[in-house]
Design a protein around this ligand. Structure first.
Ligand code: NAI
Length: 350
């Protein structure tokens, strides 16, 4: 079903507020979730509200956190999220990083003890909106085998980047999990009883599997290289901030009554400290155009710049409304807040 951006945001905000989140935190969470849906990143949009609402209602997200920003150096800081809503904490931490990078040229701000923060390009877009380059990485729950391993150690540890072009609001963007496929794609194959390519996941013996019901862990992108990127993300957003790391990162579903203590790291670079901002933005536009002009390979109609696939979706959804699965809208419009839908669920359970 199609729904307008404002209506979807309103429904999500109300549901999360009813579950117990403060109004301004619910508003930010709704903004981040709709940011994902309106770009076609449905795995991190309204689909997540049911789980967040249960976790909030069970006390697994601090609804009255003592958010505190600690400036630790001229270009560095730590945002203490106190188990609070991850979307809000990551957004406020990025606001601090932006201020610092405007002044000092670069900023590195860690977020400690947060809950899940969704599609993390939202935060790099905050930086790009302020004429800065944004890079962010965060931890997620362990469900990926290290290269050569038969049991999970790292999470799907995503990386996002955005830089502003000469056109207001138009950015070149990368936003990716470091796994071949998101867990949501395996759930989708299960729901349709379809097999999956043997490059996505492994079974309990660490053998590649094409049966979505036999998946016991996901595979990193490009073998040891993706595995190395996951390690990098975990060091920067976990070990650096003194947080649980590797397979000690809390699971999304293990105990919905406990705060998650996740970490995220924002790195912001001010192009003005490296040359002319105008030239930088002009050259970003040029590289986007260059990429669009590259001769397409057989089977492709056009080369897109990174993130352009999402820009195409935004344009279509702006015109016709955002496409949301009927069941999800039905849930959002209802008064339901589940008590035992997600708690203690094995993520790989059939
Ligand atoms: P994806 O595979 O859909 O896209 C990855 C990247 O490829 C994007 O930057 C996208 O713009 C680009 N891309 C895709 N098709 C393209 C094309 N035809 N031409 C040019 N570029 C193209 O993303 P993925 O890995 O499934 O991640 C989805 C979301 O999940 C992200 O927003 C990520 O932040 C989020 N995530 C969040 C986690 C968390 O714990 N907060 C954990 C893991 C993922």
């Amino acid at each position: 079903m199609r729904i307008s951006q404002e209506d979807l945001k309103g429904l999500i905000k109300t549901k999360l507020h009813n579950a117990g989140l403060k109004e301004d935190h619910a508003e930010t969470a709704a903004d981040v979730l709709v940011f994902a849906d309106e770009r076609g990143i449905h795995s991190h949009g309204a689909m997540r509200v049911e789980y967040y609402a249960e976790r909030i209602a069970k006390g697994g997200i601090n609804t009255n956190p003592d958010f505190r920003f600690e400036k630790t150096g001229p270009c560095s800081g730590v945002f203490h999220a106190d188990g609070g809503n991850g979307h809000t904490a990551a957004k406020l931490a990025m606001d601090e990083a932006i201020k610092m990078a405007k002044e000092s040229g670069i900023a590195i701000v860690g977020v400690r003890d947060m809950s899940h923060s969704g599609a993390i390009s939202y935060f790099t877009h905050q930086a790009a909106d302020a004429n800065l380059i944004g890079l962010t990485v965060c931890q997620s729950d362990p469900m990926v085998v290290p290269f050569g391993g038969a049991e999970p150690y790292y999470g799907t540890n995503p990386i996002a980047f955005a830089a502003p072009s000469a056109e207001d609001g138009k950015f070149i963007t990368l936003d990716m999990a470091t796994t071949v496929q998101a867990w949501g794609k395996i759930l989708h194959a299960r729901s349709k009883n379809e097999s999956i390519p043997d490059t996505w996941a492994v079974d309990k013996n660490g053998e590649p599997t094409t049966d979505p019901f036999n998946v016991n862990a996901l595979l990193p992108i490009s073998g040891p290289k993706g595995y190395g990127l996951m390690m990098m993300v975990d060091v920067l957003s976990g070990i650096l901030l003194g947080l649980p790391f590797g397979n000690k990162v809390s699971s999304m579903y293990e105990d919905l009554t406990e705060y998650r203590k996740l970490g995220q790291l924002h790195i912001v670079i001010n192009p003005e400290f490296f040359g002319s901002l105008g030239n930088f933005k002009k050259d970003i536009s040029q590289t986007m155009d260059d990429l669009n002009q590259i001769k397409p390979a057989p089977g492709f109609s056009k080369v897109l710049y990174p993130g352009q696939n999402n820009d195409v979706v935004i344009a279509e959804y702006k015109e016709n409304g955002i496409e949301i699965v009927d069941d999800i809208l039905e849930y959002l419009r209802s008064d339901v807040i589940h008590n035992n839908q997600y708690d203690h669920k094995d993520p790989f359970a059939k």
